[in-house]
Design a protein around this ligand. Structure first.
Ligand SMILES: *Cc1c(COP(=O)(O)O)cnc(C)c1O
Length: 382
């Protein structure tokens, strides 16, 4: 096992903090000495900047990306008996919130090169009960929003974009999160814009939706101790807002660094047999929260993750840490057995779960580290 200075971690969020340490410290100390820890001008200031960055009228900050999704469904009055179309290849939070409001997730298979919802299969899944489509810009790569919005408009469905992994990505010149009815963002530390704790936000051009979410995230109350709805407590605290406000101006620079690394990986891994690198759709500019390849071998294919796990171990032995996003598709999760999806129903997603490896990807990844990842992959596959 090679370790130490030469090893390459899957991610390293401390480096980003160290690069802007003095600015963050100053912002944090200001909040601490202000005595305003919940709400206040700092949170509102960040909301305005985040809205401006996305070219939308409204931003509401909240406690997490999960809450952003949950509050969006609640604001659209989606609940018991309603269906929401989404992808089975995402983090559990995407569908957890659909179930939490009492609605039913309806899974549509993914596109094999982008890992995103296969938009051409969405129409066939629409029923009288369908209320919304929830696309996920997975790994930071935008969904074909032009085609998706066309379907949504023709069936009068709402679109909630899960942008948790895609802050800063765009589709045909528009930032993701500004195209559907609502955009949902996460500031979990490993996301493209990450805080030092939990955080999230919604973006929208619809004032009514924004106001409803403002109400719901504060116990359904506009006037203190007068409650119009059963809501939740989901506020972004002033410390996180201050840290995120320091970080937002760097987001484009960090995303460009991710794009350069993705291009370099593609240049060197694109030609290797047994590796399928991820590819963006024409029209999309991705921000590469993850760089996720597929590995397969002619002798060792089939519905098993054994070969993928072997490659990961071989990489680890060469000092390269990797991750698996995601090992089990959502429709086959134990909790969704009740929905009745059988193994084989959504084959592209199921195969992806057996084949994916997410390579080291973060803005500060050095040239030497990138070369080591490439060299190690070539070495263990040869
Ligand atoms: C991280 C993530 C979420 C949830 O965000 P949290 O801030 O951790 O609650 C939702 N959807 C996707 C696709 C994510 O990656």
């Amino acid at each position: 096992m090679i370790q130490g200075v030469n090893s390459v971690p899957a991610f390293d969020i401390k480096q980003q903090y160290l690069a802007i340490e003095s600015k963050i410290s100053r912002a944090v100390l200001e909040v601490l000495s202000s005595g305003r820890y919940i709400g206040g001008p700092g949170v509102e200031g960040f909301e305005q900047q985040f809205a401006a960055y996305h070219g939308v009228n409204e931003c509401v900050a909240c406690n997490s990306g999960t809450d952003a999704l949950y509050l969006s469904l609640r604001a659209l009055d989606i609940g018991a008996g309603d269906e929401v179309i989404t992808t089975p290849f995402s983090f559990f939070a995407t569908t957890e919130v659909i179930s939490a409001v009492g609605a039913i997730p309806v899974f549509v298979d993914i596109d094999p090169t982008t890992f995103n919802l296969d938009v051409s299969k969405v129409s066939a899944a629409i029923t009288k009960k369908t209320k919304a489509i929830m696309p996920v810009h997975l790994f930071g790569l935008p969904v074909d929003m032009t085609a998706l919005m066309e379907i949504a408009h023709s069936h009068n469905l709402a679109v909630i974009e899960d942008c948790a992994q895609a802050t800063g990505a765009s589709w045909e010149g528009q930032k993701v999160g500004s195209i559907g009815n609502i955009g949902c963002f996460s500031f979990y530390p490993t996301k493209n814009l990450g805080g030092c704790g939990d955080g999230g936000a919604i973006t929208t051009n619809d004032r009514e939706i924004a106001d409803k979410i403002r109400l719901l995230k504060e116990h359904g109350s506009k006037t203190r101790y007068i409650h119009e709805e059963v809501g939740v407590n989901s506020r972004l605290d002033a410390l996180q807002a201050a840290i995120l406000e320091v970080k937002l101006p760097y987001l484009d620079i960090w995303n460009e660094q991710r794009q350069k690394i993705a291009a370099y990986y593609y240049q060197h891994l694109g030609q290797i047999s047994g590796i399928t690198p991820p590819q963006e759709l024409l029209g999309g500019i991705g921000v590469w929260n993850q760089y996720t390849i597929r590995v397969s071998s002619q002798e060792r294919n089939g519905a098993s993750s054994k070969y993928r796990d072997w490659v990961r171990t071989a990489l680890q032995e060469r000092g390269v840490s990797t991750m698996v996003y995601y090992p089990v598709p959502l429709h086959l999760q134990p909790v969704y057995q009740c929905l009745g999806y059988e193994c084989g129903k959504l084959p592209v997603s199921e195969a992806a779960c057996h084949q994916v490896i997410s390579l080291p990807m973060f803005p500060e990844l050095t040239q030497e580290q990138q070369d080591r990842v490439i060299y190690s992959l070539k070495d263990c596959l040869s």
